[in-house]
Ligand binder design. Structure first.
Ligand code: DGL
Length: 263
């Protein structure tokens, strides 16, 4: 018996969330939806982002008969959750930057948020900071280059550590002791980021909290008597051989074509 879990992101970032959920719930069926045709989301105009996501997630939910959707993308979750919940009747879990745990964990009250250019300007993000980190100094850093570097790593391509050094320079020179990885692509570069910043920085992401939430929600659902299926992924554009190899290592065996157009 297994539930159909649909995990969604613009690209490979959601795999950092999917791995954590799968570790918690190993016997479910997993479907991964990449909107790689429109990546990076951090650069997309908001209305365009909302329309496209609602459309493709809605179609994928029907196609795989999903029991739950995980929007494993901060840039999308900080915008689309109300409209998506209005459209779908199944549980939806979103990913938002781990500001609250960071505020609880920081020793010197200096927090950094490293996210996409979209996420760092969203009112959702600034409301989180207002609600949970009023006693902290919070500095925000937006980068789409890191998104592309994470994509390169998962495509088994060269990752330019010098470029990472350059992007992280302002963080390295700050007082920050706790850095929130507010984009699901960034935990994929955790080793590279930590190597650049050094051990003085604690890196935080939301993956474990999301996995715990999915577990609770599935326990509340009537269980479906479905046989366990293989893991499948859907893309909105072709992917490289390198990424196909990485996905095979993750256990994906089926590539599906999304049967809908985006707009
Ligand atoms: N992984 C996504 C996020 O968490 C989006 C990255 C992008 O496409 O810019 O924000």
């Amino acid at each position: 018996m297994s539930a159909n879990i649909l995990v969604f992101d613009s690209g490979v970032g959601g795999l950092s969330i999917l791995s954590e959920i799968k570790q918690t719930l190993p016997n479910e069926s997993y479907y991964y939806l990449f909107d790689n045709a429109r990546l990076p989301y951090g650069e997309l105009e908001e209305q365009q982002l909302i329309r496209g996501c609602i459309n493709i997630i809605g179609n994928a939910v029907s196609q795989v008969d999903a029991d739950i959707v995980v929007v494993a993308c901060n840039s999308a979750s900080t915008l689309i959750l109300p409209s998506l919940r209005a459209k779908l009747s199944i549980p939806i879990v979103g990913v938002v930057p781990a500001i609250k745990p960071a505020a609880e964990m920081t020793k010197n009250k200096h927090i950094g948020l490293l996210a996409t250019p979209g996420t760092v300007v969203r009112s959702y993000t600034h409301d989180l900071i207002q609600r949970f980190a009023t006693d902290c100094e919070v500095q925000c850093f937006g980068s789409s280059e890191l998104v592309l570097l994470a994509e390169a790593k998962m495509a088994q391509e060269y990752v330019d550590q010098q470029l990472i050094e350059k992007i992280l320079q302002p963080i390295k020179q700050s007082q920050i002791d706790t850095l929130v990885l507010g984009c699901t692509h960034f935990p994929i570069l955790r080793e590279e980021l930590q190597a650049c910043l050094g051990e003085g920085f604690t890196l935080l992401d939301s993956a474990a909290a999301i996995a715990a939430r999915v577990k609770v929600l599935l326990q509340q659902q009537p269980s479906n008597a479905r046989p366990m299926e293989s893991m499948a992924y859907f893309t909105t554009r072709d992917i490289s051989i390198g990424l196909k190899r990485t996905l095979a290592d993750y256990g994906f065996s089926v590539i599906e074509q999304l049967t809908s157009s985006i707009e």
